[in-house]
Write a protein that binds this ligand. Structure first.
Ligand SMILES: *[C@@H]1O[C@H](CO)[C@@H](O)[C@H](O)[C@H]1NC(C)=O
Length: 158
């Protein structure tokens, strides 16, 4: 049987389709005031004054000291990065991925001598926790005061 050659036009279309489907990952910045972050209850969370320690456009972060409060962020993607400053005293925020166990993100600057707890940060915001290798589907991140700490911080996500 005689095979018709595939017209060049069709084969280049096919190539374009295949390359468009190649997964390419890019980082998306989510600052603390993003409407994609749900603060529950909203009244338990407050926005700090702007300072050079925090990440994002706003240069501030959200904080709660309500043990029952939490923040929820849903996204479709393969990785999640949590950014925050460090403080020269004991600070820790809880993170729960897809309803799993709560892990504590240590936000204490262990290189500085401990100060009173009303002092500002001592290290600029950086990646303190990363969740990688997720399936490319919807994931839910919950940020909450972990047991034994009493605060939770939301500054910047990637
Ligand atoms: C996204 O940002 C994280 C944290 O800074 C970095 O490790 C990662 O390589 C970045 N990924 C891409 C695709 O740019």
């Amino acid at each position: 049987m005689l095979q018709k050659p595939i017209p060049l036009f069709l084969s280049s279309c096919f190539f374009a389709l295949v390359s468009a489907q190649t997964p390419t990952h890019r980082n998306v910045s989510i600052d603390d005031q993003s409407p994609l972050i749900d603060y529950v209850p909203r009244t338990s969370w407050s926005l700090t004054d702007a300072g050079d320690w925090d990440a994002g456009e706003g240069r501030a972060h959200m904080v709660t000291n309500d043990a029952d409060a939490y923040a929820t962020f849903r996204f479709i993607g393969v990785a999640f990065y949590y950014y925050s400053a460090l403080w020269p005293y004991r600070v820790g925020t809880g993170i729960r991925v897809d309803g799993g166990p709560v892990t504590v993100i240590d936000q204490q600057d262990h290189d500085s001598a401990p100060t009173a707890e009303n002092q500002g940060p001592s290290v600029r915001a950086q990646v303190l926790s990363s969740v990688t290798g997720l399936s490319n589907s919807e994931h839910t991140i919950q940020i909450l005061p972990p047991p034994g700490y009493g605060v939770a911080v939301v500054d910047f996500f990637m």
